[in-house]
Each structure stands twice: as C-alpha cells, then as structure tokens.
Write a new protein. Structure first.
Lengths: 150, 297
C-alpha cells in the first residue's frame, strides 16, 4: 500500500498517471468537458417521457442534443468503450442501460473481451486480478526487458 | 451534548437495494452478503442512534454535470428516494435533522471546509442501500439522517487526507451541538470495483483487507494513500473508499472493531462492512452493547 504526502502532488504528474492504467478511462476534467452533452443526454433518460421519445426514434431524439456525429454513432451502436473515449461516464451511461432494460453488470461486460456469462463467472471466481493491469508504462518496461533477454 | 458513538462502513451496491426490495436477500447469491449484516442489525436495534451522518456519493441522480459540489451537506427536512431510471425504490422517505445539519454546516465552514448546502434533493442508492443493509425493511427509518455527499465521480475527487480532516471537523461540529444526541457516522461505497473499460471486474481482496485493517487502531496512514493507488489497485470506482476516511476521521485517534464482513462478489463489486467504536476513553461498550439480548428475543 503506497502512501505519500498529499501536499507534494503536482497536477501534471497527477493527470499523466491517470492515463497510465490499462483498459481504464478515468473521468478527468478533459473527458468531462468533451462528454458534457453525452452525459446530460443520458441524464435526460431518467424521465419516462424522454425514454419513450428516445425509444420511438433514437436518432431523432439525439439530434435534439448538441452531440457530435461520433458520439451519436457510439451511442446508437451501444459501443460503451467508444462512449467513454468520447467523454461518457458510466454512471450517466447507466441511464441508457436501464432504458434498454439490461443489467448493469451485463452492460459492463460488453466493455471487456468477455461475453456476459463468462464475465459473471469471473466475478463468481473472485473477479479480475490487478496483476499485470496496474500500469501501461510498467507493462511496456517489462515487455522491453523481456525482449532484451532474448 | 451530541456525541459520536460509532462509525459504520459499508458498500452501497445498487443491486443490494433490488435484492432487499424484491425479497431476494436470503437466496443463494445474496444470502451470504446479507448474513454479514445480521450482527449489525441486532446491534443497531440496541444502539438506537438518533442521527446518522451518512457519507455517500450521488450517482448522477440528484446532481448531474451542471453542478459538481466536492462536499455537500443536506440540511433539508426530508428526502425522497430518487428514480434512477427504473422507478424510485419503495423505501421510506429519509428524515433529515435540519438543526444538527445547519449547525454542522456552520461549524464546518468556520473550520475552513467550504460546504455546499443542500435544502432539497432526492437520494439514490448510495444513501438508501446502507439504510436497508443496517435496518432491514421498516415502515419508517429508525433514525434521522444528515446526508453528506462527496464527489467521487468527476476527477479529482477530494484527497484521502482532506476527507480524513473533514471527518475530524465533523466530530468537532457534532460535539458542539447542544442537544443530547447519539450520533453515528457512516462511510459508504467501495470496496474494490471497476465498472468501465476492458479492465472492468477488477477485485483486490488483499488490498481491501489491508484497508479494513488500517481503519482499526490508532494509525492514520490510510489518509496518505494517493488517488492513483486506489485506481491501480482497486479499480476506477474503488476511489469511493476515500469516503470511509471521513467516517474514520470522525472517530478520533483510536478505534476498535466490533464487527467485520467481506464478500466477493456482488455484481461487479467487493462488499466490505465494518463497525467501529471510537476508543479514546469515551467509555463506550466495546462488546457490542445489547446485541446478545436482542438476538435472544
């Protein structure tokens, strides 16, 4: 368990570290800014009337929001990793999961390389180990060292 | 005078609310999770707290991206259960304690914690699931609640150190309230879980248990864990554990554990639960008060 003096936190180092985790999009200010309308659009689905409108014509409903074409395509395709890349946040996107009537864990599993039954089984077996997925840089360094060994 | 008699930590996975509301809480999947709270339910019946200061985070329910308060305190009379996209939970309304909450808000601001004050809001699973876990399914919640909402969604959330210090200020605020109240502080959320991206499903039992260990006793090393450590070791949503440090900070220098429970999985998440007593000569019952008596009834 690493501990350090919080007074020594440099903002640039902090933000760089946030991008160093494999398979993870930390919801930083940069993402929050790009994704503002994705998240507010998703938020609007908390209202039953809006859900009905969206379901009747997804494209037309989204056209009422200042979303980029990329964002609309990602949402239409339910490509949640792409939504995260375009600034979506999972708690907001979860309004779309419930509009679609799928369990949270199932929607989450679509972001991994597993099908839902396989993902659920992994969770039953204790979940995904942090081993090997802590740091992109550390993984690259380990791979480089291995290459040199050969 | 009001006094803090205990701290409770608990995960607040929304699926637990569903399990409770649809009577699945004793089935094969949820049974082992809820069983770990049986002790606490009996203990709470004996403890009869007047007020719970409930530290939690909103999950895009009361707050959207328009306004993002880092620390917010609910000073309202009552709060309804939020509609999170599948209709509100059928749980009782949450009754606030505006006198204590306003007193705390003033005291915290004078103590240099610039709180956002909320008079009206709905509360989501982050707040209502812990109530269900600790109190079951009563017609009305047996205590009043002061909601303390923390931003752990948009980065950066407050540091662990700041959370701990807020807890210390909460203690000072509660103890300067003139009415004689039995107050508990609950820290909720966590433990390890990641709900997004290819790394979703991450769980770290070893780290979670080190964190539980660290809340017990007189060490304050947990306050110096940087965000990146939570992210790498416990998944992107494991950061919720900083909210437990507000609870821990409110218990003073030393704590003793009365009850502990850990279970994997609940949906995508590791469940952690801990009941702590402040142990600084307050003269509180360390055996778990009338639990045995209640259990025997």
């Amino acid at each position: 368990m690493i501990t350090e003096d919080p007074k020594h936190q440099d903002i640039h180092e902090y933000l760089a570290e946030m991008e160093d985790i494999p398979g993870t999009r930390v919801f930083t200010a940069a993402r929050a800014r790009v994704g503002y309308h994705i998240n507010q659009f998703a938020m609007s689905l908390m209202n039953a009337e809006n859900r009905a409108k969206f379901k009747a014509d997804e494209r037309a409903y989204m056209d009422e929001w200042p979303l980029t074409e990329d964002q609309k395509q990602a949402l239409l395709a339910r490509d949640y990793n792409r939504c995260l890349d375009l600034g979506g946040n999972v708690y907001f996107l979860s309004k779309l999961f419930s509009t679609d009537g799928i369990p949270f864990a199932e929607a989450v599993s679509t972001m991994t390389d597993m099908k839902f039954p396989e993902y659920r089984e992994m969770m039953m077996q204790g979940g995904r180990s942090p081993e090997g997925v802590r740091s992109i840089k550390a993984n690259e360094a380990a791979a480089a060292a291995k290459k040199e060994d050969r | 005078m009001a006094r803090i008699t205990a701290g409770v930590a608990s995960s607040h996975v929304p699926l637990l609310g569903v399990a409770s509301d649809f009577n699945k809480d004793r089935d094969e999947y949820f049974g082992p999770i809820f069983a770990g709270y049986d002790w606490t339910r009996a203990w709470e019946e004996a403890e009869k707290p007047d007020v719970v200061v409930l530290v939690y985070n909103d999950h895009a329910s009361a707050f959207d991206m328009k306004i993002i308060p880092t620390f917010a305190i609910g000073c309202g009379e009552r709060y309804k259960s939020a509609d999170e996209g599948w209709g509100p939970r059928t749980v009782p309304d949450v009754e606030g304690h505006p006198d204590l909450a306003w007193h705390m808000a003033q005291s915290l601001i004078l103590d240099e914690f610039d709180m956002t004050i909320i008079n009206e809001m709905d509360v989501d699973h982050g707040l209502t699931v812990p109530l269900s876990m600790m109190f079951g399914k009563p017609d009305a919640w047996p205590c009043k609640v002061v909601p303390l909402a923390v931003n752990v969604v948009t980065y950066p959330p407050p540091s662990g150190n700041r959370c701990w210090a807020l807890g210390e200020a909460v203690r000072k605020a509660v103890e300067s309230f003139p009415e004689d109240l039995n107050v508990q502080v609950w820290g909720t959320g966590g433990m390890s879980h990641q709900l997004q991206g290819p790394r979703a499903g991450l769980i770290n039992k070893e780290w979670d248990n080190m964190f539980l260990d660290g809340l017990i006793g007189d060490s304050d090393h947990l306050r110096r864990i940087p965000h990146i450590e939570y992210l790498r070791e416990t998944g992107s949503e494991g950061i919720e554990m900083v909210m437990w440090l507000i609870m821990r900070g409110a218990l003073g220098k030393k704590t003793r554990a009365l009850h502990r429970h850990y279970h994997v999985p609940c949906s995508n998440t590791a469940i952690g639960h801990l009941v702590l007593r402040p142990d600084n000569g307050e003269g509180l019952d360390m055996a778990g008060s009338g639990v045995t008596a209640v259990a025997a009834e």
